[in-house]
Design a protein around this ligand. Sequence first.
Ligand code: NCD
Ligand code: ZN
Ligand code: ZN
Length: 447
Amino acid sequence: MKTIIHNATIINEGKEWLGSVVIEGEHIAEVTDGPATDLSGYDQVIDGTGLYLLPGIIDSHVHFREPGMTEKADIASESRTAAAGGVTSYIDMPNCIPPTTTLEALEEKHRIAAEKSRVNYSFFFGATNTNLETIKDLDPSVVPGVKVYMGSTTGGLLVDRERALYDIFGNSPLLLMTHCEDTDIINQNIRYFKKRYKGQNDFPVRYHSRIRTTEACFASSSVAVKIAKETGARLHIAHVSSKKELDLFRNDIPLEEKRITCEVVIPHLMFCSDDYDQLGCMIKCNPAVKSSEDREALRHALSTGIIDVVSTDHAPHLLKEKQGGALKALSGMPMVQFSLVSMLELSDKGYLSRPRVVDLLCHNQARLFKIGQRGYIRKGYYADLVLVDPDANWQVLKGRYYTKCGWTPMDERTFKWKVRRTIVNGKTAYCDGIVIDGVRGKALRFG
Ligand code: NCD
Ligand code: ZN
Ligand code: ZN
């Protein structure tokens, strides 16, 4: 099977140009400059006129909830919504049931994904206070890293003993990705508000940002950076949410040389605490969305080299679980379908260039996790591609997004950019509102 996508504006490796991409089987066979002159000899011709062609998005932070929480979401449903958002590969987190903290649990997720995932997949392994020996045995070509919950969030995973943290940081052969929020500070803030509002066992959701504060994030992130520097660990801090934490990272060396990197996620780039009035618990997430000033600082840091990758932290819950306030409603929001269109919107607003969008969503994800043969439009690489329309002006409405939980805080929002087609390993997985059902992804390989 030989396919040509012709006459598209290709965005790749810092450049934008009019050209064509030829796909043979699962791989990119050719990347050319200028309009294609001869369209004969192809089994399929895809007209890219007026559209942009990018490498498929790699989302390295999602919670697809399988196994164990499939009433919220599952690998089949969420990989469909991923495909609709231009996401061709994802890395899923270990806080499902059972948690991915044993080799058996990891193998079970691979088995389910091989059968059901519409796009390429991989899985973080979860650290506990006691599973370091298993971590040492993980296969680095299959496992992208170890997730360390240094603060509590959805699911019970937590590594709260300093001894265990030093052991893991000092001995993990794999990258460590941390959730950083200081549980003591959070609990202290909860106690303060409970005392102030005697008898109340929940508060309006806007208090979430006053409980899970910048101080709680900074204290925990600082500890992670300190232990990483002392032990030489390869540390990647998840969902940095405040201006203050940005000072913990550097931009004077290439990504490949960094031992400490960070991720920012779409919820903290698109929402801030002013939005609680309108969106309530739909935007309740951990770490909490912070002030508009924090959001502005994160947006500006997208183009400075401080932020290494942008992911979504796609975290579906049922709407009924999002009832209540700062203490009772569950944290997390479904986002995987909206990373590309959101980032292109931020680019239109002048925060970053379009090639920089591709760096953060595609190239840097592949570089940071050393994902083989993906993340770039290059001859010989897997044909993971996305075609986007710059002038669609569409509205997010029920029926146009596919997360199983059935809601998103993006509901009713209008986007100028729209994903038209997503190609995974050379096959169209999504096209104009239709997820093609037979397509299956592959396990990512690292190193
Ligand atoms: C995530 C979840 O629900 O799994 N929730 C969230 O608010 N981000 C957990 C997490 O990433 O901390
Ligand atoms: Zn987290
Ligand atoms: Zn998460």
